[in-house]
Design a protein. Structure first.
Lengths: 202, 214
């Protein structure tokens, strides 16, 4: 996910630092959806995701003066978001399943809104698969979950993930590999087999 | 089966592998189990990527922004770092714990000295008060100066607390006496409670810096 407007971000940061809050508001409007989406990937709950989004932007407001302009703003923002999500999920364990289910249903409805009408059975199956994947992802360690979500859901490159997670490219590669292997195993434990995967266990 | 498969396989699938690794992985990819694993990775990415998130209305966004700005203006000074994203490693007060020990010791000494002084005063000016007749002075009697005991001091650092240093997973704890000022000793000597000391920015000095970008 290349951001061609990196220079514009920095201009807005300078604008904010020189006393014009409009610069901050531009950044808020530009990145609010991304931050919220990442938070929702981690927390699987709209209210929690919005709460974390709010915390992240408050932190950004308070810390922009410390932002090193040689870094990418969005990498810095993602890092704050991921860390807040991890903190949040540790301090307040996931909401009851009903909330998650409701959220998942909302997700499906939202996702389906722009598509051709889906067969109700297929829709239910997709819903179930996503719910199981979410459960499997939730079982991953923080490090594995972070790289998987940033890669698979946010389409960040390995280099960008390395920037967010503050690790090497090799570490990203390794974490992502083992995250997927574990996900495959967790999904099998939940009764989901990847299409085409062999029936015999290794 | 996949012991010899390396993380490079995932990078290959993602198009992230540099040219030098391609040859080896392409060799591996001829094996059915590798093809299967690659297909599984792609399937995982596909189902993960297909999921969308609930939408947030413009009204909700306006409320979030208003709330952020209101809080930001209410708290112009950055709040105490709570998470890894902006923790700062700061040196723990080098003399914090010894000073606290000294303060407690000084308090005890002052208490003993005052006790002795009071007892001496009672003895010398006792007259018919019984002390002069060899009666034992009750140290808990009304003349005993009430000084704060060690246990009355603010909860202290045991010196073993988790300071989170060197552990990026550590969560910041609150240590009210961290970074205590050496002046605490003089407070103690005067029989006063030492004030809780915080740095100017309100940091309790237990935080861990995690984001290099700050």
């Amino acid at each position: 996910m290349r951001d061609p407007s990196e220079a514009e971000d920095k201009a807005q940061i300078q604008r904010f630092l020189s006393g014009d809050e409009g610069g901050y508001e531009v950044l808020f409007d530009k990145y609010r959806e991304k931050v919220y989406r990442v938070a929702h990937r981690f927390l699987r709950n709209k209210e929690d995701a919005l709460e974390v989004t709010q915390e992240v932007f408050l932190r950004v407001f308070q810390s922009l003066a410390k932002f090193k302009t040689e870094s990418k703003f969005f990498t810095w923002l993602y890092r704050i978001t991921v860390n807040r999500c991890i903190d949040f999920s540790r301090s307040k364990k996931a909401k009851p399943t009903t909330e998650m289910e409701k959220s998942a249903i909302e997700s499906i409805d939202t996702a389906s809104a722009g598509r051709t009408p889906m067969d109700p059975v297929a829709r239910a199956q997709e819903h179930e698969l996503e719910a199981k994947l979410a459960e499997a992802v939730a079982r991953l360690s923080d490090n594995h979950r972070t790289v998987f979500l940033l890669h698979a859901k946010e389409n960040l490159s390995y280099k960008e993930i390395a920037g967010v997670a503050e690790c090497s490219l090799g570490t990203v590669m390794s974490r992502l590999f083992y995250a997927r292997k574990k996900l495959q195993q967790h999904l099998e434990d939940l009764g989901v087999k990847a299409p085409g995967s062999s029936s015999k266990k290794e | 089966m996949t012991e010899d498969l390396t993380p490079e396989l995932g990078a290959y699938v993602d198009g992230e592998l540099d040219a030098s690794g391609h040859e080896r992985i392409e060799e591996l990819m001829r094996r059915p189990e590798c093809q299967e694993l690659a297909a599984t990775f792609q399937w995982l990415d596909q189902i993960a990527g297909s999921e969308s998130v609930p939408t947030v209305s413009d009204t909700e966004w306006a409320a979030v922004k208003a709330s952020v700005l209101a809080q930001a203006h209410a708290e112009p000074v950055p709040a105490k770092p709570e998470s890894e994203d902006d923790r700062v490693i700061r040196p723990r007060g080098r003399f914090g714990t010894p000073v606290r020990v000294l303060a407690v010791a000084a308090l005890l000494l002052v208490a003993v000295a005052v006790g002795w002084a009071l007892r001496g005063g009672n003895d010398s000016g006792g007259g018919n008060d019984g002390a002069a007749n060899g009666a034992i002075v009750d140290p808990s009697g009304p003349n005993r100066t009430q000084l704060p005991l060690a246990g009355d001091l603010p909860d202290g650092d045991d010196g073993e607390g988790d300071d989170g240093e060197g552990d990026p997973d550590a969560r910041s704890g609150s240590d009210p006496l961290e970074g205590v000022d050496p002046e605490e000793a003089s407070y103690a000597e005067r029989g006063l409670y030492a004030p809780k000391v915080e740095s100017e920015d309100g940091d309790d000095h237990t935080s861990v810096y995690y984001g290099e970008d700050f």
